[in-house]
Design a protein around this ligand. Structure first.
Ligand code: UDP
Length: 239
């Protein structure tokens, strides 16, 4: 494992300096948190599985011409990534009602949406990541109109690609959260950043609707590692 000064430490990952200019190393931890850290637990090996699942998904998206920060997986827990300036917005795409939207709007979990719904949340833990509108994003300068237009397009494209990928594995992609950044080497270029894993997606078995994501932890539904291993194995990830 690389040992170097931590530049940033989040709930499930930390970032250290990379080997070359404009590179970083992203390290996947075993911590799981929910409800803005009110619930916290360590699942031995979660970071290793998420590193591999996220690698698999980033490689798949790259092969479909989605620009990403992902360079390569270095070992069980670490990925080499391109340095970017993260846009402080969580982009959530929903296909089916679940989680916060069910609660907020009094909707039944499982309701299929007529078309994918894109939401924006301002990344600020001290405010519990409030939901914001497109106008907020532009007004406060978090991203400009042209950037937002490109990000919206990429988010919907990612949704359609991942929906198909998971469907082939008998998994429904209910919703997910993604983040984008401006490349340090070329700030005009926006790339998909962060991770895509069962920590940041809702994934249901197509038949039984069994949850195969972090809701298992949020709602105490059984074995989180069992669920994540199931996703990895259906994606063909051997480890
Ligand atoms: N999500 C995430 N990080 C967050 C908030 C949400 O990865 O800080 C993901 C979550 O796992 C789900 C989707 O974004 O797949 C939508 O989450 P929701 O708004 O329903 O919030 P939740 O009730 O999961 O906190």
């Amino acid at each position: 494992m690389t040992s170097s000064k931590t530049l940033y430490e989040g709930k499930a990952k930390k970032i250290i300096k990379g080997p070359k200019k404009n590179t970083l190393i992203q390290i996947f931890k075993d911590d799981a948190t929910a409800y803005n850290k009110k619930k916290h637990k360590i699942f031995k090996g979660k970071g290793v599985i998420n590193n591999k699942i996220s690698e698999h998904i980033m490689e798949f998206l790259k092969s479909k011409k989605i620009p990403t920060h992902f360079e390569k997986r270095l070992n069980d827990r670490e990925q080499l990534i391109k340095k970017c300036q993260i846009i402080p917005i969580e982009f959530v795409v929903r296909n089916i009602v679940a989680g916060s939207i069910a609660k907020k709007l009094g909707l039944k979990e499982g309701m299929k949406l007529k078309k994918p719904l894109l939401e924006y949340y301002y990344k600020e833990d001290s405010l519990d990541d409030p939901m914001i509108s497109r106008d907020h994003v532009e007004t406060f300068g978090w991203a400009n109109r042209s950037e937002l237009k490109r990000i919206d397009g990429m988010s919907l494209k990612i949704n359609s690609l991942l929906t198909k990928l998971f469907k082939k594995k008998n998994i429904i992609l209910v919703d997910f959260k993604i983040e984008f950044g401006r490349l340090a080497s070329n700030p005009k270029k926006i790339v998909l950043a962060d991770e895509i894993s069962p920590d940041s997606c809702r994934l249901w078995d197509i038949k039984s609707k069994q949850k195969l994501d972090k809701d298992v932890f949020r709602r105490n539904l059984g074995s989180l590692m069992g669920a994540y291993e199931e996703v990895a194995s259906r994606l063909g990830i051997v480890h």
